[in-house]
Write a protein that binds this ligand. Structure first.
Ligand code: GLN
Length: 190
């Protein structure tokens, strides 16, 4: 299993080491030609404007849109979730627009309002998932093809799946719990 981690900016190294620990081959992706022969891609957290601008400059939009259209497994985390969303409600920027969700950027406030939460996530088993939110976005709306995977106690949706595409507002690479990465590997193996 070969998983690419988009390495234009943000927290890509952490994903590579977790994926390797789980037995997958994991490689940084810096050019569109490196998308060939992968079984899945992670778009990590970071700064969405920077990641999207670099994606534009390096011409990632057409191949990534095509891969998403062909049901290629892609997991967008935090800023990566913004990159995949069809629409950003409070920010005017072109995204890949491949996942049918409306996302609010910086939905929980500033860096200082970052927090952790034990989230029930039935897709990962009975034990709640330790979720780390860093200037996180939130899912404000989703169409019927999108399954919500995790919700905060106040009802805010923070992780979802559409086909083989995943999004999470929090950073599973910062918890010592590999279950979300294993879940993505399982999707990529199908
Ligand atoms: N607030 C960042 C953004 O809007 C996302 C933060 C993150 O990825 N941890 O791009």
């Amino acid at each position: 299993m070969r998983i690419g981690v988009l390495a234009l900016q943000g927290a890509f190294i952490e994903h590579i080491s977790i994926l390797r620990r789980l037995g997958a081959e994991a490689l940084p992706v810096r050019l569109p030609c490196e998308l060939n022969s992968l079984d899945g891609l992670i778009i990590p957290g970071g700064e969405s404007t920077t990641i999207l601008k670099l994606m534009q400059s390096f011409d990632f939009f057409p191949p990534l849109r095509e891969l998403a259209h062909d049901s290629f497994p892609i997991w967008g985390i935090c800023a990566g979730m913004i990159c995949l969303a069809r629409n950003i409600s409070n920010f005017d920027i072109e995204t890949l627009a491949v996942m049918d969700v409306v996302v609010k950027r910086n939905a929980f406030g500033r860096q200082i309002d970052s927090f952790e939460a034990e989230l029930p996530m039935p897709a990962l088993g009975v034990k709640p998932f330790p979720a780390v939110f860093i200037r996180a976005p939130a899912i404000e709306g989703a169409n019927s093809e999108v399954e919500i995977l995790a919700r905060l106690p106040d009802g805010t949706d923070v992780a979802a799946q559409q086909g083989k595409m995943l999004i999470s507002a929090f950073h599973p690479e910062l918890s010592r719990d590999p279950r979300f990465h294993s879940y993505f590997l399982k999707i990529a193996a199908c």
